[in-house]
Design a binder for this molecule. Structure first.
Ligand SMILES: [Mn+2]
Length: 335
């Protein structure tokens, strides 16, 4: 189903954007990029540089990428600055529900002659001049792929796009995976994506220190049976004890969510600047995007996140209250 916002856009193929006056193009995604965000930026970058001659494409991407998605980089001239004061004929904003979620490339919007949003966040208000938003799509990579000609997608672009789908579906395990997702994945696979290697390196394996941190976090995880709620905390002391940083622990929340007795999982970890990230997962009943949104974050029904300044235990209490409200059915519109 297409959202109202998507109907604003009439383009059916990316090449329709490239009229003769479009010479300089930026691509930007949300801060703290995940696999879908980085896959969208780099997959779109590959597709455009390979298929649209005479155009300069600037991929904005925060740096460094978390270790589980660092393989997506292939020497692209990515920029982590904001692009302030630069003029772009066209800026694509991918996988980013609101302008304030942008970091790299945020300034490039100001003087952009045209902005185009590709997204699958249901909360996206459609802040671009044109918007292609499908809240039913598994990922922004899935949305983007619809506007590419399959025969023009290279192995390099396919690797990025397929990866974005993998990350936002947790390897086709979330229920956002639809028939269209799998048809696209099959098409991308024909380009030679080394999917078994990607899944092993990015979803199954982790570095020794990250594996140790995962075990330590799991050891300290607390299950609250009444709410079918599990939470865990990794502060800087714990991360440093294992020589790890916040970029090493992107998979931990999924591991925690494998505990059978939990419906909702909250993993809170600390950045080097002392601030915190709360990462949420659910299985079938709780809409964690609503919870993340209420704390200024965002995401999806089964996977979402937010940032906060301090005191993880009081934050956990607030999240637990919101989980309880949904589990008690006080929000009948939430499945
Ligand atoms: Mn996404």
């Amino acid at each position: 189903m297409r959202t109202k916002a998507e109907k604003n856009g009439k383009m059916t193929d990316l090449k329709e954007f490239f009229t003769d006056d479009v010479k300089r193009v930026g691509i930007a995604g949300h801060r703290n990029p995940d696999g879908d965000c980085a896959g969208s930026v780099l997959g779109l970058y590959a597709y455009l540089t390979e298929n649209v001659p005479g155009v300069t494409v600037v991929p904005f991407l925060d740096s460094p990428l978390p270790q589980e998605i660092a393989y997506l980089l292939n020497g692209e001239p990515t920029r982590a600055d904001s692009g302030e004061d630069e003029v772009f004929d066209l800026v694509f904003i991918v996988d980013c529900a609101t302008p304030d979620r942008l970091m790299a490339g945020a300034g490039a919007l100001k003087k952009a002659k045209k902005t185009v949003v590709f997204d699958h966040h249901g909360t996206n208000p459609g802040f671009g001049d044109e918007n292609y938003i499908d809240a039913k799509a598994s990922s922004t990579c899935e949305v983007l792929t619809r506007f590419m000609e399959p025969e023009r997608i290279s192995g390099r672009a396919a690797l990025c796009l397929y990866s974005g789908i993998l990350f936002d579906t947790d390897v086709f395990r979330y229920d956002c995976t639809g028939p269209e997702t799998l048809r696209q994945a099959a098409m991308l696979l024909e380009k030679g994506v080394p999917f078994a290697e990607i899944i092993r390196k990015s979803f199954t394996e982790q570095p020794y220190n990250a594996a140790k941190v995962t075990a330590a976090v799991m050891d300290k995880a607390v299950l609250i049976p009444e709410e079918e709620f599990l939470y865990a905390v990794a502060d800087l002391d714990l991360l440093h004890m294992y020589g790890a940083t916040s970029t090493d622990i992107g998979n931990v929340v999924s591991e925690l969510n494998h505990v059978r007795e939990t419906e909702t999982t909250l993993f809170m970890y600390q950045y080097e600047d002392g601030t915190w990230k709360g990462s949420l997962r659910s299985k079938t009943r709780v809409d964690v995007s609503k919870i993340a949104y209420s704390f200024g974050g965002g995401g999806h029904v089964r996977a979402a996140g937010f940032s906060f300044e301090k005191d993880p235990l009081s934050m956990m209490e607030k999240v637990k209250t919101k989980v309880r409200e949904q589990m008690n059915g006080r929000h009948p519109d939430h499945q």
